[in-house]
Design a protein around this ligand. Structure first.
Ligand code: ATP
Length: 315
């Protein structure tokens, strides 16, 4: 990561002289670097005569020297970028040349993606954007309910970090107090009937306090527990992911079903499920052993499965 930004991440004032001395460059070179940095990251920087420069908000930058050894203990290699189009897209590209499992992370995504081509807002240095790529043996049976298991892992990590009232929304969004705090996007390559690779993409709003372009209610960890050390959060998230994915691989989603239902924010409530072409209104009964949504519609129970479905609470 940019050395200048590292010096500024504490959010305190640093004089041009001090920054220049630390980097072995002149004060005017510091100014030029700062202007470029501001352009590249959209971070807000204050310049006060006689005091120097400071970031409008302190940052917790990702540190690969700290993270790589911790992730290696889980058997994962780390690819950390300042900015990338999308960590899922990069993971899919890296699958051509890298051994799995590996984790792709970035400080910013320029084309962060959600389901159905929707956008995931991904400003620099505020949140977590990460994609875990790994091989799956045993075909589609091994995949059912996997995205729900990932939701449980994210929820668990947020709870461990101290965020209150975290819950899940079928199939794989994470909510706090009715607002979205994290999203999950699973993508597959290879033969779903045999050996394939899965990329598990996770976006968590961590220290973001304002953002443009999110067309639904959202929140971040900072709103609930104050500024978060993002490196510590990565380690907590990685071990939760490892644990839930292993349980899912060894015992299947059915072993996680009760825990998932206990965390579903709309369990027993009247909701509408949209398939794109049709809307189905009913009461949420729960999930089945494959992670499909069980809806009671006019006295008949129906199960819905698939990545393109969207659930909304009836008001
Ligand atoms: P839903 O389940 O609500 O139908 P979805 O699962 O299709 O939506 P995702 O693909 O998970 O949604 O995420 C994309 C949507 O999330 C965007 O359309 C936007 O409304 C919202 N969004 C985008 N960026 C963020 C963010 N950083 N935090 C919270 N929500 C976001």
């Amino acid at each position: 990561m940019n050395r200048l930004l590292k010096l500024l991440q504490d959010g305190r004032f640093h004089s041009g002289q001090e920054l220049g001395d630390a980097l072995g460059i002149s004060r005017s070179a510091v100014w030029k670097h700062l202007q470029r940095l501001q352009g590249e990251t959209s971070l807000l920087l204050y310049k006060v005569p006689g005091r120097g420069y400071r970031l409008a908000e302190p940052l917790s930058l990702l540190n690969s020297e700290e993270l790589a050894p911790q992730l290696m203990r889980l058997g994962w290699t780390l690819h950390l970028f300042d900015a990338i189009d999308s960590t899922n897209a990069e993971a899919l590209r890296l699958l051509q040349q890298e051994r799995t499992p590996f984790l792709v992370m970035a400080e910013a995504q320029t084309s962060g993606r959600g389901r159905r081509g929707r956008r995931w807002v991904s400003p620099f240095g505020q949140n977590l954007y990460c994609s875990l790529a790994f091989k799956v043996h045993g075909g589609a049976r091994q995949l059912s309910g996997m995205s729900l298991a990932v939701g449980l892992a994210v929820m668990h990590a947020l709870r461990l970090a101290g965020v209150p009232q975290v819950g899940l929304k079928w199939p794989n969004d994470v909510y706090v107090d009715g607002r979205k705090i994290a999203g999950i996007l699973l993508e597959l390559t290879g033969d779903p009937a045999d050996v394939c690779h899965v990329v598990v993409g996770i976006g968590i709003n961590v220290n973001m306090i304002d953002a443009e372009g999110i067309d639904q209610r959202w929140t971040s960890m900072k709103e609930h527990i104050g500024m978060v050390d993002r490196n510590a959060l990565v380690v907590t998230l990685a071990s939760a992911l490892k644990r839930y994915l292993e349980q899912h691989a060894n015992l299947g989603f059915s072993s996680l079903k009760d825990e998932w239902e206990a965390s579903h924010i709309w369990q027993g409530q009247k909701c509408t499920l949209s398939t794109g072409a049709h809307d189905f209104s009913g009461v949420v009964v729960g999930v089945d052993h494959q992670g499909g949504l069980r809806l009671m519609i006019e006295g008949d129970e129906r199960v819905f499965n698939g990545g393109e479905l969207s659930l909304r609470l009836d008001r």
